[in-house]
Design a protein around this ligand. Structure first.
Ligand code: PRP
Ligand code: 7HP
Length: 190
């Protein structure tokens, strides 16, 4: 097999684009089972979950027994800023555009790490009284969880590394890589 040339700063690929696509398909099947015939709102968490939300929505459209109708909305929060460690303080940067009262909602996240972001979002959106509220997370990184939070649909377990690609960044870089990768240690501060 031909060796792939990796961008500067990337040490190696941890999870391939094919593995990501398969995980999205599995999550779509589970969401379809829980929401057959229902009208569903997917709320993607920007910026990290931009690709996960788009790909999960399309996988859902191709899944038998899918919801009757899937609408997309987005919310933007940040707790990492430019760092590779969370501040623990989640900031709402941009709210959704539509009301969710009485709607079936699935939050779509790229990654759960310490859990603060999803915990904050679940509490905030629960207050808006949706008919149901679930969370789909592509990558579960369970090693440094600080708050206990329910994840209803999990794609893959993430290695205990700072990963980039497929929406995940370090200092706003590497988001557009089609795979998930480990950064070279010299790129990260100690
Ligand atoms: C990242 C990621 C998740 C969150 C998870 O977002 O996209 O939303 O951190 O981390 P936690 O479970 O430790 O709270 P970030 O705050 O970096 O913003 P971004 O999505 O704009 O990159
Ligand atoms: C947030 C985050 N962003 C990018 N890569 C990781 O491994 C991360 N964990 N939590």
């Amino acid at each position: 097999m031909q060796q792939q040339t990796l961008p500067p700063g990337i040490e190696r690929i941890l999870i391939t684009a094919e593995e990501i696509a398969e995980a999205n398909r599995r999550m779509a099947e589970a969401i379809a089972r829980d929401h057959t015939g229902e009208s569903l709102v997917l709320i993607g968490v920007l910026k990290g979950a931009v690709f996960a939300t788009a790909d999960l929505a399309r996988a859902l459209a191709e899944t038998p027994g899918a919801p009757s109708d899937v609408q997309l909305d987005f919310i933007a929060v940040s707790s990492y800023g430019n760092a590779h460690r969370s501040s623990g303080e989640v900031r709402l940067i941009q709210d959704t555009t539509h009301a969710i009262e009485g709607r079936h909602v699935v939050i779509v996240e790229d990654i759960i790490d310490n859990g603060h972001t999803l915990h904050y979002l679940r509490a905030m959106l629960r207050n808006r009284r949706p008919a149901s509220l679930r969370a789909a997370v592509l990558l579960d990184k369970p090693y440094h969880r600080v708050v206990d939070v329910t994840v209803d649909y999990t794609g893959l377990t993430c290695p205990d590394e700072f990963v980039v690609g497929y929406g995940l960044d370090y200092q706003e870089r590497y988001r557009t890589l089609p795979y998930l990768a480990k950064l070279r240690p010299e790129v990260l501060p100690v």
